[in-house]
Design a binder for this molecule. Sequence first.
Ligand code: PLP
Length: 389
Amino acid sequence: MYSQLSNDISPFTVMQLVQRAGEFEAKGKRVVHFEVGEPDFQTAVPIVSAAHAALDAGQTKYTSAQGIIELRQCIADFYRSQDIAIPVERILVTSGASGGLVLLASLLLDVGDELLITDPGYPCNEVFAKLVGGVPIKVPVSAENRFQPTLADIQNAWGENTKGILLASPANPTGTMLHPDEFIAIQNFVAARGGFFILDEIYQNLTRDHVTYTSGLSLCPEIFVLNSFSKFFGMTGWRLGWVVVPEAAVESLTKLAQNLFISPSTPAQYAAVAAFADDTMSIHNQRKKTFEARAKILSQGLVALGFNIPVMPDGAFYLYVDISHTNMDSADFCWRLIEDYQVAVTPGYDFGDSNAGNYVRFAYTTSEESIVLGLDRLGKALADWEVKV
Ligand SMILES: Cc1ncc(COP(=O)(O)O)c(C=O)c1O
């Protein structure tokens, strides 16, 4: 009775872990959460106040499908502050990056068209392709190449029916970015085949100091870019994001946005305008520093416990950690950790198949105090399991 797609989709293992964590918490036990892919901070106060003001002013109707011009202008200014000139017309506000993915898949893929994605990668990507009859092709990426594809990987995976690629930089679950040279080489290859390049930048701005570019748009202005208010701007529940598309795509994408969503959430859009104000940006930048401090404590603590973090991330709030020295499969590792030590971590299987049994993702979306407690519990677990360093 239900669609093939709905039957094909598997639930995330992490949801079972989250459920188990909830059961422990209901019994009054403290769980350390390293599994959550969203900031633990509340949305910054100026954004919440702007939402109240918008609602009081009656901003409760549909907007244009592209989003309110004030917000699109803020986004254009945000790029201008990074020395990237994007005309407002190329920016469409969406219902989260998820809404952007529905729109771009609908715009760019026909039935049978192949889309190259990475493994490991954001698990929902393949579903967006399948939703429109596309065929996701997973390109395995590994620690040797910082979990990003090389030009050779893309060349090898590109087939007769391939129409484009979807990469993330920084990526989930690894936090790594595409090297600028590789990025340009891949884009040149894709463009020469008349293909499209979608770059998911939803972790933009949550990057480390050594990173040499902010947005891929500074290197390849004609790509499709996904972004979101969820992560750096701390607005996961508001369901708001944006896409930047080549000028030629604007009209078709607008038609799709009108039909599929009518418009993004109106109060959320007015709230998001406040996200770009200087005082709000300082709050976000301060939070970014907090994430960096946590990354340091967590990574140093994990290494001291004998874990291998083969690639230190360039951004986001994740560490992709090799647990092979425990001789446990990642699913087993995660399950035993929650069950016996109340520490929740996401197994590699939730991000693909490639070497997934050897990796787990730690999200440092929890306080320093929790991180220290989590490390302490991990230490106990390793001692109990008699894992040799
Ligand atoms: C790489 C990546 N892309 C897209 C999304 C979807 O984000 P949004 O909340 O903007 O829909 C996520 C969410 O975790 C993600 O990690």
